[in-house]
Design a protein around this ligand. Structure first.
Ligand SMILES: Nc1ncnc2c1ncn2[C@@H]1O[C@H](COP(=O)(O)OP(=O)(O)O)[C@@H](O)[C@H]1O
Ligand SMILES: [Mg+2]
Length: 327
């Protein structure tokens, strides 16, 4: 925790020329300017004082620190500024944004010069609303349906086929918990069938419940386009069903009972494939396998991949056992 604060303090001092003057309160990974001020806290280690107005522009009052990136929220909440150390990162983000926007409602983004030596910036429209997991539960199903509609548009742009190479040999060699092993063995042939040669699609790659925003009007906006990568065409569509929050379980159970079959058929059809309702469970397992073997984990230790997979499979299993479809 101390280390995280230290890094955040360093980020604040670097970004100082762009920040509104005032006292900032440091939380995990983010610092916000305090609206009311009290000198009692002046020496608190979670406080950071910035004096003098920003050197130019309207100024920012919130700094979110991520590895390799700072996200600054504009004081008027009309835009955010993403700062990177590397022009290559900015180019990648812009390429991702241009790719996704014809299919997904992502905020407009443009590169902008910033007055911080050694930093490169992207200005993005501010999205106001609630992240999906914090939105009212009666919004979850309609928003997921909208998201699936976007996935069907994206799926018309598949390119290439997945080669699973050594994935299944590695999977077979793991000694997973018995129930996980049992489920994976039961669906082994279907998993190979689903994954090997699946049409590949440049996907959002991180479509979890914190990156889908529900606006006040009930519209969907998709943020965080940093992780666009080639995945089987159904990866984004089923990603939201992997998480462990209430919203994920709510949607996963409804998916398993067939509520989204029509939307999913459209996704499969757009990719030139056919959706089989009886394969709903192995489709979920397939996403878990792809997640475990995604590029960021591919070169790492096998136990990390196994950990990811086991957790995801256990969630599917728990929902299967709760009286709904049998696994
Ligand atoms: N365009 C945006 N509009 C409003 N808030 C944003 C926007 N982009 C990012 N944020 C805020 O910053 C947080 C982190 O951004 P995100 O791109 O999702 O990075 P990460 O997933 O790495 O935390 C979001 O949860 C949201 O609160
Ligand atoms: Mg995010």
């Amino acid at each position: 925790m101390l280390k995280a604060w230290w890094r955040l303090r360093r980020a604040l001092s670097e970004a100082t020329p762009l920040l509104q003057a005032g006292d900032y309160w440091l939380e995990e990974g983010a610092a916000r300017r305090l609206v009311t001020d009290s000198d009692n806290w002046r020496l608190h280690p979670r406080r950071f004082r910035i004096t003098g107005p920003p050197s130019s522009g309207p100024g920012y009052d919130t700094v979110i620190r991520r590895s390799g990136c700072l996200i600054l929220l504009g004081e008027g909440r009309d835009h955010v500024l993403r700062l990177y150390r590397d022009q290559g990162e900015v180019d990648r983000l812009m390429t991702n944004s241009r790719w996704l926007r014809p299919a997904f409602p992502c905020p407009a983004a443009e590169t902008v010069p910033v007055e911080l030596p050694g930093w490169f910036g992207v200005r993005e429209d501010f999205v106001s609303g609630r992240i999906l997991r914090d939105a009212a539960s009666n919004r979850w199903v309609p928003i997921y349906r909208k998201f699936l509609g976007c996935c069907a548009v994206n799926a018309t742009r598949c390119e290439g086929r997945l080669e699973t190479k050594g994935w299944f040999n590695e999977l077979d060699s793991w000694s997973s918990p018995p129930q996980v092993h049992q489920l994976l063995s039961f669906w082994h042939d279907e998993l190979v069938e689903i994954l090997d040669g699946a049409p590949l699609l440049r996907s959002h790659g991180d479509a979890h419940n914190g990156n889908l925003i529900v606006t006040e009007e009930g519209d969907l906006v998709v943020i965080d386009v940093e992780r666009v990568e080639a995945q089987p065409f159904f990866f984004d569509a089923l990603s939201i069903l992997r998480g462990s929050e209430e919203v994920n379980q709510h949607l996963r159970r409804r998916y398993l009972s067939g509520l989204f079959d029509n939307e999913l058929m459209a996704v499969w059809q757009a990719a030139g494939e056919r959706f089989w309702p009886e394969l709903r469970i192995p489709y979920l397992l397939a996403v878990a396998v792809c997640h475990a073997f995604r590029p960021q984990f591919a070169d790492g230790p096998a136990h990390r991949r196994q950990e990811k997979l086991v957790k995801a499979v256990q969630k599917v299993q728990a929902d299967c056992e709760s009286g709904r479809p049998s696994c």
